[in-house]
Design a protein around this ligand. Structure first.
Ligand SMILES: [Zn+2]
Ligand SMILES: [Zn+2]
Length: 315
């Protein structure tokens, strides 16, 4: 048992698979990095050098799985460019033996049409897996984007994926003990809307908002959403202003972790402990769990999501 690693409070988040109640559904974190992963392509700066040298420091693109061990069902939230590895890790974590030419996924939920969130769908096509009608849940514009523009349209017309409708704030029942609700969030919506998700199990729930422009631009008070869940994975793309030299960061707005920590600092400690930053850019110093930035996050009562951690959704 590794309860010492449970930074969000006992029985809340754990890296030890044996510590999650057997039989109960859970969320498994399969990646924590921003769309480009870590290290990032073509980055020769200090932020990525150590990760190029040491595979143990690398992180996959942000992705959650929802697992129900009783029914054997497994859903992915996001189809990332790292889908190949993430499906493998999900198989290993769940003891899924595999069926030839199939991912065995019960469904995939996608938040929006930026590369870190949907391009893994290409693996389901005939060039690779050639999967059979995997349900892909998406909002209206996202569905049109997939069905009307190549190469994605081929996944639809060849029935490797089957598009299923999502509507903002309308819960989708996954089975008799799991529910998921898309929440519209403001983001750079060039090709699709953007949503986050609330995932609800028998007694516990998780919020996932990997990409949002700023908390203040949301027509929902993020604190109200955090209050409803046990663990909140929130956009932690950048740590602080000025983090990307030579780029105008107002063109790619995200709540800086520093801003979020200030906004949430007066929340009670037990509520702050629910917040775990995810979707970290390669430049984000909190990417290093042993570094000063991650220590600052922890001292302030928050956490940084860890690849491989699990959150029980109750029994
Ligand atoms: Zn993203
Ligand atoms: Zn995005």
């Amino acid at each position: 048992m590794l309860w010492a690693l449970c930074s969000a409070g006992c029985h809340s988040v754990c890296e030890d698979a044996d510590a999650v109640p057997r039989g109960g559904p859970y969320v498994l974190v399969l990646g924590i990095a921003q769309d480009g992963g870590y290290p990032q392509s073509a980055c020769r700066r200090a932020c990525c050098e150590a990760a190029w040298r040491d595979p143990a420091r690398r992180r996959l693109v942000s992705c959650l799985a929802i697992v129900d061990p009783t029914s054997g069902e497994r859903w992915l939230i996001e189809a990332t460019p790292d889908l190949k590895v993430q499906v493998r890790r999900l198989d290993e974590a769940t003891g899924f033996a595999g069926s030839p030419g199939r991912t065995g996924l019960t469904g995939i939920f996608v938040t929006h049409a930026h590369i870190g969130h949907y391009t893994g769908l290409q693996m389901l096509g005939r060039e690779v897996i050639g999967d059979d009608a995997v349900p892909v849940y998406a909002m209206a514009r996202m569905r049109s984007f997939l069905s009307e523009s190549g190469p994605w349209s081929l996944l639809v017309s060849e029935r490797h994926i089957e598009l299923r409708e999502l509507r903002a704030s309308e819960p989708v029942r996954l089975n008799d003990r799991l529910m998921i609700t898309p929440l519209s969030v403001p983001h750079r919506d060039e090709f699709s809307e953007t949503v986050g998700f609330r995932i609800e199990g028998p007694t516990r729930s998780v919020l996932f908002v990997p990409d949002i422009d700023k908390w203040e631009r949301w027509d929902v008070r993020v604190e109200d959403e955090i209050a409803r869940v046990d663990v909140a994975y929130l956009d932690g793309t950048f740590f602080a202003k000025g983090e990307i030299p030579g780029r105008d960061m107002s063109e790619i707005p995200h709540p800086f972790i520093e801003e979020s920590m200030r906004r949430f600092e007066l929340l009670p400690a037990r509520v702050r402990a629910r917040i775990r930053f995810i979707h970290l850019n390669h430049t984000n110093p909190a990417m290093d769990p042993a570094g000063d930035a991650a220590a600052r996050v922890r001292r302030a009562g928050f956490g940084v999501a860890r690849q491989g951690e699990r959150v029980s959704l109750g029994e």
